[in-house]
Design a protein around this ligand. Structure first.
Ligand code: SF4
Length: 245
């Protein structure tokens, strides 16, 4: 989403200045839910309370790493919120017939019209493969996804482009909307030719920019939570305005 951020993270291996509560939340909810279904796939019978213990432990580990920019959150509030989301999802979907969790795949990509190969394979991990062939990508978000959020998302475009190659029947994005009363939004991602062409055109343009060493900043709403904010904008950059004299 921001070429400069890409360069900080993947080329310079720059140290992250902070992490955000929403990243911590997404990661611990994801790992607790993933653990629950992995246990089920392994023939065990975990309870929701076991998953909440995992959530607790992962939360403690997550807040030990890079400093968290807490903002309006306290540690206790965020943990309670994470537990609420895990409990909600598992109460709704505990009987989901999952066949695989975090399955890795690797696919060589070729532009569907020009047949030009992309310079590297696409490597990914689907969150869940459900019995019957559906693959599910799980997200947490502050508000529900719109049609344009799905259509302009490179990750979903990429997944939709390889569904046949990885023998998946269809792709769904499930969004846990993180309200006080959470809800689950289920969105199908359709692999139509327009979406495929858009994804491949975008991916090839991005690859060309990487090869040419073009990493311009893309300033916008992401800057306020960017973990390389000071390295990009300067050491005096901060989310708050200077006080009036
Ligand atoms: S501060 Fe903004 S422009 Fe700079 S790297 Fe981060 S997201 Fe990109």
């Amino acid at each position: 989403m921001c070429p400069r951020k890409y360069a900080f993270r993947y080329l310079d291996r720059a140290e992250s200045e902070h992490t955000s509560p929403s990243l911590v939340l997404g990661s611990v909810v994801h790992s607790a839910v993933g653990w629950f279904f992995e246990e089920r796939v392994g023939g065990h019978s975990p309870s929701v309370s076991d998953a909440l213990d995992i959530c607790h432990a992962d939360f403690a580990a997550a807040v030990e790493g890079a400093p968290v920019r807490w903002g309006r959150w306290t540690k206790a509030d965020l943990l309670e919120h994470a537990e609420r989301l895990v409990r909600f999802f598992l109460q709704e979907e505990h009987d989901l017939r999952v066949a695989g969790v975090e399955e890795r795949f690797e696919v060589e990509l070729r532009h569907p019209t020009t047949l030009e190969p992309l310079p590297r394979p696409f490597v990914g991990y689907f969150d869940f493969r459900v019995v019957g062939g559906e693959v599910v990508e799980l997200k947490t978000a502050r508000s529900a996804y719109s049609g344009i959020d799905i259509a302009s998302n490179l990750q979903f475009g990429a997944y939709a482009a390889v569904l046949e190659d990885i023998d998946a029947a269809r792709l769904s994005v499930w969004v846990i909307v993180k309200n006080k009363r959470p809800r689950l939004q289920k969105l199908p991602v359709v692999a139509d030719p327009d979406r495929q062409r858009w994804f491949f055109d975008a991916a090839m343009a991005i690859e060309k920019a990487i090869l040419a060493g073009h990493f311009p900043p893309a300033p916008g709403w992401m800057c306020s939570s960017c973990e390389y904010q000071k390295q990009c904008l300067g050491p005096s950059a901060s989310g708050s305005l200077p006080k009036a004299a």
